[in-house]
Design a protein around this ligand. Structure first.
Ligand SMILES: NC(=O)c1ccc[n+]([C@@H]2O[C@H](COP(=O)([O-])OP(=O)(O)OC[C@H]3O[C@@H](n4cnc5c(N)ncnc54)[C@H](OP(=O)(O)O)[C@@H]3O)[C@@H](O)[C@H]2O)c1
Length: 249
């Protein structure tokens, strides 16, 4: 059998109701994982689970609001068999609340930090104990090139995304002794609802500065995640994999 198979593994993907998270659920599922798909929109998660069940892919919808990180551990503890032991965690959920610093409210700052960074902390803490006990795990967080290079008008988002890098590198050191790898995927501009909203002129300016001359696809990001989630990536930890068409070099 060729590589990158995830049979017998259980993955938890946050922000799975659309966009990049949904694409990751599809790709990990297609490569043999059973997947817990987490987000607030349970209806969307249920239709995804129903659709993939027809292809023989097991998906368990989990209603999870990362704006309330205190409740995360009990939601994850309540997962039924065979979804109760998470081997692969993908911290993908993320929001924006953009604005220049002078006009950025404390609320907009705290909300983005809470969902994008504290949310990832809460989910990671909840699943890491089981990974440590079983001495195997993959933790992958979806950051952004904005966290590496900054972006005017996104100080809160960039701070949260950069925070995921420091968080992941620290955990890579903490958890290496248990064969748990911890990595980051940093997408550039990807074709999703987030970027559909870009005005045409902005889109054209973007293509000028992306060496590969296109926006990325959800699958471009999902393949990077699949690799890091696989057995074959066992010797890669603490890495930031930039999937940006060369926007960030
Ligand atoms: N699109 C891009 O160009 C791009 C580039 C770089 C990085 N990224 C990052 O990639 C990730 C996915 O982006 P995307 O474009 O796919 O975003 P998206 O289409 O806006 O999807 C965001 C996901 O996060 C979930 N979410 C939002 N608030 C939540 C909350 N309070 N609790 C739990 N889940 C919540 C949403 O589900 P519910 O609303 O159902 O909860 C949704 O599934 C994000 O972390 C984003 O920052 C995206």
């Amino acid at each position: 059998m060729s590589g990158l198979r995830l049979e017998g593994r259980t993955a938890l993907v946050t922000g799975a109701s659309q966009g990049i998270g949904e694409g990751i659920v599809r790709l990990l599922g297609a490569h043999g994982a059973r997947v817990i798909a987490a987000a607030r929109s349970v209806d969307k998660l249920q239709s995804l689970a129903d659709e993939l069940a027809e292809k023989g892919i097991e998906v368990h919808p989990l209603e999870l609001d990362l704006a309330a990180p205190d409740a995360v551990a009990s939601r994850i503890k309540g997962l039924p068999e065979p979804f109760s032991e998470v081997d692969i965690l993908v911290n993908n959920a993320g929001i924006t609340a953009d604005g220049l610093l002078a006009r950025m409210s404390l609320e907009a700052w705290e909300k983005v930090l809470r969902v994008n960074l504290t949310g990832a902390f809460a989910v990671t803490r909840a699943v890491s104990r089981g990974m440590m006990r079983r001495r195997w795990g993959r933790i992958i967080s979806i950051s952004s090139v904005v966290g590496l290079m900054g972006n005017a008008g996104q100080a809160n988002y960039a701070a949260a995304k950069a925070g995921l890098v420091g968080f992941s590198k620290s955990l890579a050191r903490e958890l290496a002794g248990r064969d748990i790898t911890v990595n980051v995927v940093a997408p550039g501009f990807i074709e999703t609802a987030m970027t559909d909203a870009l005005p045409d002129q902005h889109r054209e300016e973007l293509l000028e500065v992306i060496p590969l001359k296109r926006l990325g696809s959800v699958d471009d990001v999902a393949w990077a995640v699949l690799f890091l989630a696989s057995e074959e990536a066992a010797y890669v930890t603490g890495h930031v994999l930039n999937v940006s068409g060369g926007l960030y070099l």
